[in-house]
Design a protein around this ligand. Structure first.
Ligand SMILES: Cc1cc2nc3c(=O)[nH]c(=O)nc-3n(C[C@H](O)[C@H](O)[C@H](O)COP(=O)(O)O)c2cc1C
Length: 172
């Protein structure tokens, strides 16, 4: 049976909580959740479908574990034939020039390395100035943006809708 890889990195545990919620809610197929600190590129080879989760820190930087992995290994992954959905945690008011930048940093590398990114998400319901996660020329993020700092009450609905969306886009 097909298995999705859910790989996340989290500094204070928020992205980890969301990842656990995805694990609980996902019914379309088996799913394996891994923390990015425990992953190497052979883990990426095991999955054709992936969900990647991360937060953004310090004015547009990747979450610290993702940052280490990104520089050492992620940029070398051949994503040909792989389909990837991304979600990111951020703070649209405190960091409105860098809101969920991490989503964009990963998405652009995946696309450059031959992968397909699914799960784009409307920017309409957010209040930010600039974001690397925004697709150029579109009012969409490359993936799901969640803001537990300011809008925790919106997370459940956003996540539920997005999971339905990516289930279809993954082809289940
Ligand atoms: C010092 C600091 C820097 C941050 N920088 C950013 C940022 O540049 N962009 C953003 O969207 N959120 C930023 N955030 C918000 C975090 O991404 C947010 O709190 C997130 O939920 C943390 O998730 P985690 O516990 O999984 O790491 C920052 C938060 C702190 C405390």
């Amino acid at each position: 049976m097909e298995k999705i890889g859910l790989i996340y990195g989290s500094d204070t545990g928020i992205t980890e909580e969301i990842s656990s919620a995805i694990l609980d809610q996902w019914t379309a197929c088996e799913i394996e959740m891994l923390e990015v600190t425990d992953v190497d590129n052979s883990d990426f080879e095991r999955f054709d479908k992936l969900i990647l989760g991360l937060s953004t820190w310090y004015d547009g930087d990747l979450q610290s574990d993702w940052e280490t992995y990104f520089e050492d290994e992620f940029t070398n992954i051949d994503f040909t034939g792989k389909t990837v959905a991304l979600f990111g945690l951020g703070d649209q008011y405190g960091y409105d020039d860098f809101f969920v930048d991490g989503i964009g940093i990963l998405a652009k590398t995946i696309l450059k390395n031959g992968g397909k990114v699914i799960g784009k998400w409307s920017c309409e319901d957010y209040d930010f100035a600039t974001s690397k996660a925004q697709i150029e020329g579109e009012d969409y993020f490359y993936g799901l943006a969640l803001d537990e700092d300011n809008e925790p009450e919106k997370t459940t609905e956003r996540l539920e809708k997005w999971l339905q969306q990516i289930e279809k886009e993954f082809g289940f």
